[in-house]
Design a protein around this ligand. Sequence first.
Ligand SMILES: NC(=O)c1ccc[n+]([C@@H]2O[C@H](COP(=O)([O-])OP(=O)(O)OC[C@H]3O[C@@H](n4cnc5c(N)ncnc54)[C@H](O)[C@@H]3O)[C@@H](O)[C@H]2O)c1
Length: 336
Amino acid sequence: MIRVGLIGAGFMGSMHSNVYGLIPDAKLVAVCDLDRKRAEELAQSHGAKVYTDADELLHDDALNLDLVDICLPTLLHTEYALKAAKLGFNILCEKPFTLDLESADQIIAATEEAQVEIMVGQCIRFWPEYQYLKEAVEKKTFGEVQGAWFSRLSPLPTWGWENWLLDPARSGGAAFDMHIHDTDFILYLLGKPQAVTSRGVIDQYGMSHISTQYQYDDLMVVGECGWNYPQSFPFKMQYRVICQQAVISFDGTDLVVYPYDADAYKVELAKEATEGGASSGNISDLGGYFNEIKYYIDCLSQNQSPQTVTAESAKQSVAVTLAELESVKTGITIIL
Ligand SMILES: NC(=O)c1ccc[n+]([C@@H]2O[C@H](COP(=O)([O-])OP(=O)(O)OC[C@H]3O[C@@H](n4cnc5c(N)ncnc54)[C@H](O)[C@@H]3O)[C@@H](O)[C@H]2O)c1
């Protein structure tokens, strides 16, 4: 049984808490939030202990924690990941890993020194429609990839604690908060690009819209993300991947394969019972989060290091996102 202490009981903490309730090998034993009511709400159904000071949670030996789950605003990831590692706890850290490479290096060094595991919540690697794509590309089900387009659009996220999402110093703007999902998945699917060329809109909330061309040999890959959409615009994540024999398309709802020499067909994915997301934010299905956390709990239960997301791969996604920002700011292509 993996005993979990959760720090941060907002949108993502609520998702994670719901997932722990679905995993028999994990037990949520402690929840911390500056806002006691939020922590209490999540702790209740698990019979978990409530904290308003994360240091108290981390130093409560009676909890006998195996895993510290960090669902704090992004700027706080480094401080609490370092504390958790130094105390010998395995870590699940929400994405983005960090906002700069030095912090990622410090965390990686601390986890290696303490010999603890860390996984970053790059949940798209576990999202069923994206898992389908990864497998199809790996197995060359429809031949080689010739081009790919990924998109992630949202109204301005105004639900964060103290509006931290709209403070680029704390969230990194849409580039780090949303777009990194697609950057990370593109790296996972196709490897590291040779270069990135990005254009974007920078406003008072940071990089609020970004479009990047990821340069590969003989391959055209584009990723676009914006959170500068009206409140009436529904959150949407989508992709289209052109392979030699078919186009695979996910429009945010339906996953459809369009073969060049046959009729199109909808792919029905088997999903576990994962309804019941968080009460705010933009995603209500637990699917990808369930797969992600279940995978990590299984790794920890079997004393194995996670392979689907490594700390180095999460750091590389931070590095490429930083290069994209540099490209927007300088107007030039950044060689990686
Ligand atoms: N994987 C995904 O799809 C996804 C989606 C949304 C957010 N996230 C990430 O999850 C993290 C959290 O985002 P969120 O949307 O849950 O934010 P949120 O604002 O909804 O929740 C943050 C919570 O942290 C609490 N908090 C702040 N400082 C604290 C401290 N020092 N000690 C204890 N509690 C503290 C706040 O009170 C709040 O309840 C971010 O890194 C974000 O990028 C990931």
